[in-house]
Structures are given as C-alpha cells and as structure tokens.
Design a protein around this ligand. Structure first.
Ligand code: PRP
Ligand code: ORO
Ligand code: MG
Length: 183
C-alpha cells in the first residue's frame, strides 16, 4: 500500500516548520486526521496494518487519543478484535475510560498513527498493561523514529520515513527565521 501517496493525495503531508509533540522541530508533518477522515482510506489502512498482526491472536487494539482512536477502530475491525483507546489525563499520562473492560491476560496490539519518539504510544501501552492486558505488538501507519524506538515486541509500520527533526536550540529552520507552526 502506498501510504505516503495517500497522505499526499489527501493533503495530509505538510511541509514547513512544525512543532512536534515531543518538542522537536521538523520540516515535515503528517496530519493523519486529514487522511483518516476518509472512511474508505481509513478502512484500507486498518486492513493493511491489521494483516501484519493477524497471527498474534489479538483480543483488543488500543491507540492513544486522538490520533489512535479511528486507527484502533479500523484495525480492530480488520482483526475481529475490540477497539479501545487511551485518553490523556491532566497529569500528562494516559488512561483507559472506566467502562472499558480488560480481562486479565487479554492480548493487545497498540496502534499509533505516527511514531516519532514513541512516548505517546508507550503511555497507551502502560494504561492497557495496568488493567491486565498483555502487549503482543505495536503497529503504526508511519514510523518516523529513525529506528530509535523499540517496545520489546514486534514493531511494524506501513511506511518508514527518514525525516530531520531537531531540538529547538539546534533547529536550522528557526535560525532561518521560518515561523513555527503548531498543528
Ligand atoms: O511518538 P511521539 O513523539 O509521541 O509523537 C507522535 C504522536 O504525536 C501525535 O499525537 P498528538 O498528541 O500530537 O496529537 P493527537 O491528540 O492528535 O493524537 C501523533 O498522533 C502521535 O500520537
Ligand atoms: O511527532 C509528532 O508529534 C508528529 C509528527 C507527525 O508527522 N505527525 C503527527 O501527527 N505528529
Ligand atoms: Mg497522537
């Protein structure tokens, strides 16, 4: 599946000077919501990502809100699993909503639209593990971590991107005076 082609076609591949969740700056931003707003594309992405984990016996899928909500749903649908999401808490961690049940030993797949440092999906993983889930894999549409991220289980991506990302103090785009965009 030509995932980056889909990002481009839906106007979800942005070029400029962006502030990332981690505080890093980058000339490229993938606005997954612009891609996933199209149910047919979302479904195709979910099927492609789900296929990579069909041997894992997944009971539920979990993704960090907001980006991970639609993705969790479409991947879970493809796998015949339940679709959960983790939401941000005021302290900056993530939690599963009270009414969402995890049975002890439930095997789960964590999904994320874009992985840069992996911190967001890690928080969702912790939230599901705290409820008794057992992580069996991590899937992402785009891995832009540069191979620096590992979860101790298979980590699979539909696309891997080598993109520059800079700490603010070493950002050449800042030095060039390009306004910083927060998407
Ligand atoms: O790997 P990381 O360094 O954590 O960065 C990637 C995360 O950043 C974005 O979420 P963000 O929290 O910005 O927004 P969202 O609420 O739209 O998902 C994206 O959806 C990933 O969850
Ligand atoms: O690192 C991020 O925050 C990030 C990068 C990206 O390309 N897209 C996104 O939604 N978040
Ligand atoms: Mg997110």
């Amino acid at each position: 599946m030509d995932v980056l082609g889909l990002y481009r076609k839906t106007g979800a591949l942005l070029e400029g000077h962006f502030l990332l969740r981690s505080g890093l700056h980058s000339p490229l931003f993938l606005q997954s919501a612009a891609l996933l707003q199209h149910p047919l594309y979302a479904e195709a992405v979910g099927e492609a990502l789900g296929r990579l984990f069909e041997e894992e016996g997944v009971d539920f899928v979990v993704g960090p809100a907001l980006g991970g909500v639609v993705l969790s749903f479409v991947v879970a649908r493809a796998l015949g699993a339940r679709a959960l999401f983790a939401e941000k808490t005021p302290s900056g961690e993530m939690t599963l909503r009270k009414g969402l049940t995890v049975n002890p030993g439930d095997r789960f797949l964590a999904v994320e639209d874009v992985v840069t440092t992996g911190e967001s999906v890690r928080k969702a993983i912790r939230a599901a593990e705290e409820r008794g889930g057992v992580l069996v894999g991590v899937g992402t549409i785009v891995d832009r971590s540069g191979g620096k991220v590992a979860f101790g289980v298979p980590f699979k991506a539909l696309a891997r991107l080598e993109v520059p990302q800079y700490p603010p103090e070493a950002c050449p785009l800042c030095r060039a005076g390009l306004p910083l965009e927060e998407v």
